[in-house]
Design a protein around this ligand. Sequence first.
Ligand code: TRP
Length: 325
Amino acid sequence: MSGIRPTGFLHLGNYFGAVRNYVRMQDEYTCYFMVADLHALTTLNETKELKGHVRRVMAENIACGLDPDRVAFYCQSHVPETTELYLFLNMLAKVGELEKTPTFKDKIRLQPQNINAGLLTYPVLQAADILLQRAHLVPVGKDQEQHLEIARDFAIRFNKRFGEVFPEPYAFNFGENLARVPSLDGAGKMSKSENQNATLYLADDDETIRKKVMKAKTDSGAEAGSPMPESIGNLFQLLRLVAPEETVEVFMAHYMAGTIRYGDMKKELAEGMVKFIAPIRERAAAIQDDDAYLRRVMEQGAVKARANAQVTIGLAKEAIGLVYY
Ligand code: TRP
């Protein structure tokens, strides 16, 4: 089980860090992937934007290979059992602990004018998402580790207090196969909050991709024998994502020989990126415009997610003692 925030555009880092893993998991596991539209309410001022965000993030994930026929792919708000479990879990949540959550402290800093209780209980809602499907594995990045620990804590607390209902969920990734996707500005990784010109989005058109790649940072002037500068290492890493091994080797040989022309390498990288991103972008655009298809996906996802959720709610109510006849 995992949740996808419906904000911003998916970029290459999201693809290699998250979506590609979802796609691989769908072959081996029973999967629940959810668009966290209720979580978005904790920070979104303009809720009119939700519809576009939700449709785009769903379309982009499907365009990347997530198969709504093989997994449950749904919107959080279409599964009202989520909020039911959220309420139960709130009774087990300690306000003091929630206040100490680093992500809450960050939010206080970012939006001091809107410190709503939803922000405080954000991790409770996330735990509800996970426990509702009685998930064992949660594919998430490092930034979600704390939230996952909280979810695991709720499972343990609930089981101890009311009886065994929830498996303990653990963060999951494909280990060393998780590719790092460096930024184009020479340092750090691609992310939506950093420099937009150094991040390749799955919605970027061909010209935008080329422009961004050609402007990528390449500090030259490295002395022979000195370690490869980070910006150049990053270009090689990016090239490896989208170009055949032989091509990478050719540029590496030139680098070693001191005959590399970064312009040529960037051209190769740009074309590789265009070839990689264009089909995803086009599929995503077509899906976003297909009302009937998206509706079918969302309905079918909700049916699958709710079927399992209702079993969980039944178990939880019985354990708590909320069954009177
Ligand atoms: N909080 C997650 C994020 O910011 C999104 C999320 C919501 C999630 N519910 C979840 C992730 C359940 C994993 C499991 O990315």
